[in-house]
Design a binder for this molecule. Structure first.
Ligand SMILES: NC(=O)c1ccc[n+]([C@@H]2O[C@H](COP(=O)([O-])OP(=O)(O)OC[C@H]3O[C@@H](n4cnc5c(N)ncnc54)[C@H](OP(=O)(O)O)[C@@H]3O)[C@@H](O)[C@H]2O)c1
Length: 157
């Protein structure tokens, strides 16, 4: 079972220059707690943007290349989706844009931190998705560094 987790701006902004845009402590804590001890799946560019491997999680990187560092590199994305989409185990899809796009049709739920601001210089965006196809549950609302955000769990109907 795939669960997407992401943090976006009002225009679905995800990143710029292969870096995150938002660094909200509460959001990072939520990400940390939610994904702990699970498999986390990311694209090669997101992997390269991390300062280090995400601790206490199995780091799975999607790439057409080979390199050292991750616990596993997946070359064949379709095969991976086929193998894991109906397993009871919750596998977290942690970005970036191309990986979210690919997994969106197969993900049962999305943890989305929506930050109430625009970032005009963003160059990576979360895919458009139709919220009417999901039921939603508000997890947390807050303000940090003058930025309002809310964390919602969207579950596919
Ligand atoms: N706000 C958030 O929650 C959040 C979360 C994560 C990332 N981000 C941001 O998102 C941005 C990165 O996103 P991105 O879309 O540029 O890159 P990405 O999705 O992280 O990685 C793209 C790479 O994944 C590999 N890939 C993609 N599709 C594949 C396939 N079908 N088969 C094999 N490999 C495949 C390719 O690697 P190779 O080129 O090695 O083959 C491709 O270059 C950064 O700005 C990052 O900070 C934001």
């Amino acid at each position: 079972m795939f669960t997407i987790i992401a943090c976006i701006g009002k225009n679905r902004e995800l990143g710029k220059g292969n870096k995150l845009i938002f660094h909200l402590k509460d959001d990072l804590k939520f990400f940390q707690e939610t994904t702990l001890n699970h498999k986390v799946v990311m694209g090669r560019k997101t992997w390269e943007s991390l300062p280090q491997k995400l601790k206490n999680r199995e780091n799975i990187v999607i790439s057409r290349q080979n390199f050292a560092g991750p616990d596993q590199i997946v070359h064949n994305l379709d095969e991976f989706i086929e193998k894991f989409q109906n397993t009871p185990e919750e596998i977290f899809i942690i970005g970036g844009a191309t990986i979210y796009q690919k997994f969106l049709p197969f993900a049962k739920s999305i943890y989305l931190t929506e930050v109430d601001t625009l970032e005009p210089t963003a160059d990576a965006f979360f895919p458009v998705f139709d919220k009417s196809n999901y039921s939603s549950k508000l997890i947390k609302k807050g303000t940090e560094d003058g930025l309002s955000y809310q964390i919602t769990r969207y579950i596919k109907n």
